[in-house]
Design a protein around this ligand. Structure first.
Ligand code: PNW
Length: 468
């Protein structure tokens, strides 16, 4: 087999950070070991009807026991960095009080193994596994949860700050707030628009408090947050469609970008939400905390939203009587364009990644950007011990070309993390959706690097893409 030549026009900056990402609940398993207590995802996945086939995180990829083998696979890929998350209920069972040394020791061993293999650890503090007792006390809609999070962040940083330089507070607060408390499709499965908006605020407040605590301890560390962003495109130029796009952009993107990067909520969003909440939960001084300057912004990108005006004069249709993740804008229609889709039914739209990166760069104060997740689910087949996944490979290739285009346009994009290192627990879809570059057999726990993994290793090795 001949290796396609490197395209000299599509090479990346010399210190570009090539990585892959996972999250604790999605891969670790060992749910009741080492002093770990239940999180909202343990509870949710045990509730009938919430996760497809009743799948749970009890075993997952058994990474808790196999992390040394998994780091070896990362080293074989030539990864420069590995983005993982810490399970809050492992290091601070119950969500308050003293640290659990056994939990911290697991992450210490993982980080040491990474460092020995010259892989930069990139630590996310919260990838959705809220300790259940904090949810029982009200969860993210309650202000005290922000203080609990800052406490957990400080405790974890005190234990691991000597060996981890990159710290991300939250992964995708949109999902935590609007899928967790709005539509209820994610844990804890509650459905109230006001709670979702309050959750978004307290997540950001927790983020800001955590950044301040960590920065006070180590001003030299790289600190940030990861948001999932979507370009929002109106179906047509009709005023109703334009307004629908403005509203969804407010609820998907600006509700996080404006407070975090500018220290303010968008005025039009507050107005759009007036029947949902009067924003009484926002206290004086909160936005200054939330707007604490960052040294890194993580962007997760999967697809674009294309929206249209509500159906004219329609009585409440079933499509918007169901619990919605768009409070106050439940009636906006999400339309498809007939583009090729992944196994999640998400349309593949690589130009959307250039668009969103350029927009963040153009409209907000400059901050180094990293794509902290990007990838696709496809149905894989193991044939003769091999997994050939040309569609996933093409998805990565197209989106890396988009990253390159953004860099050429002046965007300070410093790295890219493929989602995901390996197949794992895909939330409400259980183990049925495979995002990994490494195939996981959930019966034997055998790992098989797919052809996309071998391709990615070559991209990293050459720091660029092949000629097309
Ligand atoms: C992200 N949506 O989740 C998460 O950060 C990952 O843990 C996850 O595995 C990955 O993307 C793939 O889904 C999302 O419904 C889940 O809009 C759902 C949505 C977006 C992101």
């Amino acid at each position: 087999q001949t290796i396609p030549l490197l395209d000299e026009r599509v090479t990346f900056p010399p210190d570009f950070l090539w990585g892959a990402a996972t999250a604790a609940f999605q891969i670790e398993g060992a749910a009741a070991e080492g002093g770990r207590t239940p999180s909202i995802w343990d509870t949710f996945s045990r509730t009938p009807g919430k996760v497809l086939h009743g799948h749970t995180g009890d075993v997952a990829c058994d990474h808790y026991h196999r992390f040394r083998d998994d780091v070896r696979l990362m080293a074989d890929l030539g990864l420069k960095s590995y983005r993982f998350s810490v399970a809050w209920p492992r290091v601070q069972p119950g969500g308050s009080g003293p640290a659990n040394q056994e939990g911290l020791d697991f992450y210490r061993r993982l980080v040491d193994e990474l460092l020995e293999n010259e892989i930069e650890p990139w630590l996310t503090l919260y990838h959705w596994d809220l300790p259940q007792p904090l949810e029982d006390a009200g969860g993210w809609p309650v202000r005290d949860t922000a203080a609990r999070f800052a406490d957990y962040a400080a405790l974890t940083h005190a234990a691991l700050g000597d060996r981890v330089r990159y710290w991300t507070t939250l992964n995708e607060p949109w999902c935590s707030a609007f899928l967790g408390y709005g539509s209820g499709a994610h844990a804890p499965g509650r459905s109230d628009g006001g709670d979702a908006v309050r959750a978004a605020h307290h997540l950001m407040l927790g983020h800001g408090l955590a950044v301040q605590a960590i920065r006070a301890a180590r001003p030299d560390h790289d600190l940030g947050v990861t948001v999932n962003l979507y370009p929002v495109t109106p179906q047509t130029d009709a005023p109703g469609d334009l307004d629908a796009a403005r509203r969804i952009d407010g609820l998907a993107n600006r509700i996080f970008l404006d407070p975090i990067l500018r220290g303010e909520y968008p005025a039009d969003l507050i107005e759009d939400l007036r029947d949902v909440t009067g924003f009484e939960h926002v206290h004086d001084g909160d936005l200054a905390v939330i707007g604490t300057p960052l040294s890194v912004l993580g962007v997760n990108y999967y697809s674009r939203h294309v929206v249209a005006a509500p159906v004219e004069g329609a009585e409440p249709e079933p499509y918007w009587r169901a619990p919605s993740s768009w409070p106050g804008s439940e009636d906006v229609r999400f339309v498809t364009r007939g583009y090729p889709v992944t196994d999640m039914d998400w349309e593949i739209d690589a130009p959307g990644l250039v668009e969103i990166l350029r927009r963040v760069h153009d409209e907000y104060p400059e901050v180094p950007l990293y794509v902290t997740e990007n990838g696709s689910a496809f149905v894989d087949r193991v044939v003769d011990g091999r997994v050939d996944d040309p569609e996933r490979l093409a998805y990565f290739d197209a989106h890396l070309r988009a990253c390159h285009e953004a860099i050429e346009a002046g965007v300070p994009l410093r790295g890219y993390f493929a989602w995901s290192l390996m197949d794992n627990f895909e939330w409400a879809w259980g183990y049925t959706k495979r995002f990994g570059m490494i195939h996981v057999d959930y019966d034997s726990q055998l790992r098989i690097p797919k052809s996309s993994a071998r391709w990615y290793a070559e991209v990293i090795r050459r720091n660029g893409l092949a000629a097309q």
